[in-house]
Design a protein around this ligand. Structure first.
Ligand SMILES: [Zn+2]
Length: 412
């Protein structure tokens, strides 16, 4: 018995050290560990709320991308947890669900005060880094959360929300979405409405980052024209490499660079690998039918379909397609760095929100592999640290400065 446990322990240790040694050089490890690594999009709050998932989980079989152990292993310094409200199931009470999700993040931080802290500013992220804690920030994914009420936007800011994606895949009262822009049944606005422009300006005044991931192309251009602070794309990749409307064209990348903002690359296999995207599109009809069969069955029984279960079905379908190679993800970072500049690219994994990640990227613990790959492609230590989080910190600091100036001038 003892021998068996010992043998198993030795074999596990060998596997772990072998994968660590072969994958990550001492130099890459040093660069990675000296950086403040920031990821701007993880959907883990759905798990906190619907699955009772504890971020302190040490379950080796857990399929999730984020836990405190995984964050520590990958030296993840700050995570923007996505406050995403599914618009069908939550119709009529978007703000309520938004509040529940915000609470779920606070509750996790309260449970693990020695390893995690709520963060609301650049200074907070830096303090968490010094204290070796995961900085937990929040971004609302989809303007429908504010129920077309600018007062709710301010309330969510006061509760700590530091970015808002103007739309999710659904067009809302003030912003067209890339997700339904070709659906004739949806009433569109030709981009951002006048009210939407006021919302962007209010976000600038508050110091809430304006996120243009998910929006329709015209919404992006309207937003760039009106914003006084640099923008982020919290989780979007490059359309020139993978032709998906969620990704950004080279013109958009250059425009975000000119605006001083940052594009945080999405890890989803279908957004970084054209082969995966096509295969996923080919199975979409059958996959959607399987999800619908599941939700119809639950609705008939008077139950609410859970996002977690839908995600499980989607992961089963995704497993039928070979994952994107890690090089595909690095190609996107490299492309954005070349088109927009190394000051305008970062990481927006979409962890716990996507059904397939590139090979080798199974969780936040694998983030050092990105550093190794960038080093292999000739990126300098300084540029790598910018991509890992420095660029996002610069944009966040600039949004704080713009907010400070706008608040000061409104008192004059
Ligand atoms: Zn998203």
């Amino acid at each position: 018995m003892t021998t068996r446990i010992l043998a198993a322990a030795i074999s596990l240790a060998l596997t772990l050290s072998a994968s660590a040694q072969t994958a990550i050089s001492a130099k890459a490890r040093e660069i990675h560990d000296s950086a403040i690594v920031i990821d701007t999009h993880a959907d883990t709050p759905q798990r906190f709320l619907d699955e009772n998932f504890d971020i302190g989980s040490t379950d080796p079989n857990d399929h999730g991308h984020i836990s405190l152990d995984k964050a520590k292993a990958g030296n993840l310094g700050a995570e923007f947890f996505s406050i995403w409200v599914e618009p069908e199931a939550n119709r009529g009470h978007f703000a309520h669900r938004t509040l529940d999700l915000i609470d779920s993040v606070y509750e996790q931080a309260a449970r693990h005060p020695d390893r995690m802290m709520m963060a609301f500013s650049v200074a907070d992220i830096e303090r968490a880094h010094r204290e070796h804690k995961l900085a937990a920030l929040m971004g609302i994914e989809g303007g429908h959360s504010i129920e077309n009420d600018i007062r709710l936007l301010r309330d969510f800011y006061r509760l700590g929300v530091r970015y808002m994606t103007l739309s999710w895949s659904n067009t809302n009262e003030f912003a067209d979405s890339s997700g339904d822009i070709n659906d004739p049944k949806v009433a569109h606005h030709n981009g951002l409405t006048e009210g939407g422009k006021q919302i962007v300006l209010e976000m600038n005044r508050l110091g809430m980052l304006v996120d243009i991931s998910h929006v329709a192309d015209k919404t992006l251009w309207d937003t760039i024209a009106v914003t006084k602070a640099p923008l982020i794309a919290s989780h979007s990749s490059a359309r020139a490499l993978t032709n998906h409307p969620r990704n950004m064209t080279d013109d958009m990348l250059r425009a975000v660079a000119k605006n001083g903002g940052v594009v945080q690359v999405n890890f989803y296999s279908a957004f970084v690998d054209e082969n995966y995207r096509k295969a996923s599109e080919a199975q979409a009809k059958d996959r959607d039918a399987a999800v619908k069969a599941y939700t119809d069955q639950l609705k008939a029984a008077g139950k609410t379909p859970s996002y977690v279960d839908i995600n499980r079905i989607e992961r089963e379908w995704a497993a039928k397609i070979p994952r994107a190679p890690l090089s595909a993800l690095i190609d996107h970072i490299d492309h954005i760095a070349k088109v927009a500049g190394t000051d305008h690219v970062g990481l927006g994994s979409d962890f716990d929100g996507v059904s397939s990640t590139p090979q080798g990227i199974d969780s936040a613990a694998d983030l050092p592999k990105i550093t190794q790959a960038l080093l292999d492609r000739g990126y300098s230590a300084d540029d790598i640290r910018k991509i890992l989080g420095g660029n996002l910190l610069r944009v966040f600091a600039e949004a704080e400065r713009v907010s400070h100036d706008l608040r000061a001038s409104s008192h004059e």
